[in-house]
Ligand binder design. Structure first.
Ligand SMILES: [Fe+2]
Ligand SMILES: [Fe+2]
Length: 130
């Protein structure tokens, strides 16, 4: 298993979004160190965090009439769907699937998502003063 380094989130200049990104990174660090029942519980908490994190951005996109809302929200839905699928596997005892996803997939996905889609959203919000 090749684990990716957990990225330090780029500060984008939006307090709530930056706070969510810091929290997401802290969950990845906790999950990397967790095992067994603790991993199962924390994987569920990470899923809940992502649900709130994505919902906050989705709401800001709607409130500010963000032109790329459909694409960005679609990406949130895709990743949340993966998390929900892995959560079910993890809770049925297949922890290694969830561990591989957290260590190998999420860090790279997060780094790319923050530096592209979230960065573009925050630039739009700054222009829109939302
Ligand atoms: Fe985000
Ligand atoms: Fe996002």
């Amino acid at each position: 298993m090749t684990s990716r380094p957990i990225p330090v989130p780029l500060t984008l200049g939006h307090t709530d979004i930056d706070g969510d990104h810091q929290e997401f990174t802290e969950w990845l660090v906790r999950l990397e160190a967790a095992s067994g029942a603790e991993f199962i519980q924390q994987f569920g908490q990470l899923t809940d965090h992502l649900s709130h994190h994505f919902e906050r951005e989705n709401t800001l996109m709607v409130q500010s009439s963000y032109p790329a809302c459909t694409e960005h929200r679609g990406e949130h839905n895709r990743v949340l769907g993966e998390m929900i699928n892995f959560r079910a596997r993890v809770e049925s005892g297949r922890v290694s699937f969830g561990r591989a996803y957290v260590l190998e997939q999420l860090p790279g996905w997060f780094d790319l998502h923050v530096t592209t889609m979230d960065a573009a959203l925050v630039e739009h919000l700054k222009r829109s003063q939302v």
